[in-house]
Design a protein around this ligand. Structure first.
Ligand code: DLL
Length: 443
């Protein structure tokens, strides 16, 4: 029997104290930090100073948190254009760590940390793990990739500082992961949700029922996943699956995370200031409206990011959270503005496909969306794995099943799209972020 995770998750951890500071104090702290970081960027980063000058602004113009809306945005291309070190606000000798994110095209983006920055990052990861009920005595298997990706070292430093035992196993070598999880009596695992799904399936093949193991918490993030996927993962492993959000440009993992209520992600607002904007106009949206998340680092020394456009789509949750944390929450990131494709005039996001598939019993959450272009129009086909029982069924039953999936997709997307059932294990598994879209439109 697993121990009750809720009892642990509601227990107060001393490192979490900043999560509960009264809102007026938090706003005061944010303003002070915002003013200091704008000044730092203005004095040390050419691109930022030039952009402020173009607008006739100086750091003293920031007199309230609302004044942030007067500042220019930073976008991913700014990091590419100034590659590798152009946005650094600290000399290289003060930088203790570099990470990089490859992205889909061209040059990677490089991000930097001073010793203080690493300490802040560690502290937000400690607060993250504590909010999932983890602490001293836990054994944490860290299956995020170590290396230039921020997932591995970010979670590692947090887990160690928390006083837990960390197993720096990184991604891959699935059978060994399962052996370690069982033999080292692992109580929590950090990985992408898609990799954990792969782990549970492989464990079942090896005759190991994860529900019988001591593992009770999943620290999942780095890719979009749905509530249906959460329910699936929790049911087949007996753990509590928590959502953790972050991005390299801001710090890595540890920008926002769920609390034990699993109802939205609290930002670590003492270090990261969130806004939601209309991605078309750039205007700040009223609380509760869905739009693009924009983040400002309030304490980052090596590479301050002012109003960074994440391309991630979400909304603030306006009601206070019953957990008592005062930091604002956002809905889970269901999609990115650049993930969208248009099929017969209808906007489609991969997460909608996942939701539709998981509504039909017998599908496994392994799917890929194949995009092609025919006579100038985009077409999509959803390839989805089904359970061995269904796959080995008679042809007629398979066709019926395919039709049910098409109906479910039509219901969610509003258009009828092609579905192809594929054998279990035929879609390639990823050790990190899952590749949901195969884009053949330009080939
Ligand atoms: O993925 C950092 C991270 C590592 C977060 C481990 C959580 C856990 P990047 O590689 O720079 O950094 O990718 C950042 O991944 O803009 C989102 O689009 C997506 N993403 C990250 N976390 C989540 C999440 C890391 N919980 C990009 N839900 C972000 C949905 C997420 N999308």
């Amino acid at each position: 029997m697993k121990e009750n995770p809720e009892a642990r998750a509601t227990a107060f951890h001393p490192a979490s104290a900043p999560d509960y500071i009264p809102a007026p104090l938090l706003r005061g702290l944010q303003l002070k930090r915002l003013q200091a970081i704008v000044r730092r960027a203005y004095e040390r980063v050419d691109l930022f100073r030039e952009r402020l000058k173009e607008r006739g602004l100086v750091p003293d113009d920031i007199q309230s948190l609302g004044d942030i809306a007067r500042l220019p945005f930073t976008v991913k291309n700014d990091l590419r254009d100034t590659y590798p070190f152009g946005l650094f606000a600290s000399p290289l000798e003060e930088i203790v760590r570099l990470h990089a994110s490859s992205g889909t095209t061209g040059k990677p983006i490089v991000v930097a940390y001073t010793k203080e920055d690493v300490e802040v990052w560690t502290s937000v990861m400690v607060r993250t793990l504590a909010s999932f009920g983890l602490g001293h005595g836990d054994v944490i298997q860290n299956s995020y990739g170590y290396g230039l990706f921020t997932g591995g070292l970010g979670a590692h430093y947090g887990a160690e500082d928390l006083g837990a035992t960390v197993i720096p196993i990184s991604g891959g070598n699935t059978d060994r992961q399962i052996m370690v999880m069982r033999d080292f009596r692992v109580t929590a695992i950090c990985s992408t949700p898609s990799y954990f799904l792969h782990l549970t399936e492989r464990a079942a093949e090896l005759g190991i029922d994860m529900r019988e193991l001591p593992v009770r918490v999943g620290v999942f993030g780095a890719e979009p996943w749905t509530d249906s996927m959460r329910r699936h993962l929790e049911a087949c492993s007996g753990i509590k699956a928590y959502d953790l959000y972050g991005l390299s440009e801001i710090v890595g993992p540890g920008v926002a995370c769920e609390c034990y209520l699993q109802d939205g992600l609290h930002f670590f607002e003492d270090h990261f200031y969130p806004e939601i904007i209309d991605p078309q106009t750039g205007d700040t949206l009223p609380d509760g409206a869905e739009g693009e998340l924009v983040l400002t680092t309030l304490s980052k020394q090596a590479m301050p990011m002012i109003r960074y456009r994440t391309r991630d789509i979400t909304a603030f949750i306006t009601a206070p959270c019953a957990c008592g944390r005062t930091h604002r929450r956002m809905r889970r990131i269901s999609r990115r503005s650049d993930d969208m494709f248009i099929i017969r005039g209808v906007n489609v996001f991969p997460s909608q496909v996942e939701t539709a598939l998981l509504q039909v019993e017998g599908t496994l959450p392994h799917y890929q969306i194949i995009l092609t272009r025919q006579k100038g129009l985009d077409e999509m086909e959803v390839q989805v794995e089904v359970t061995p029982e269904i796959f080995s069924d008679k042809i007629g039953a398979l066709e019926q099943f395919e039709a049910r999936l098409m109906d479910s997709l039509e219901c969610v997307l509003g258009i009828r799209v092609a579905v192809r059932l594929v054998e279990p294990h035929s879609i390639q598994r990823s050790e990190g972020k899952a590749k949901r879209i195969v884009d053949k439109r330009n080939s």
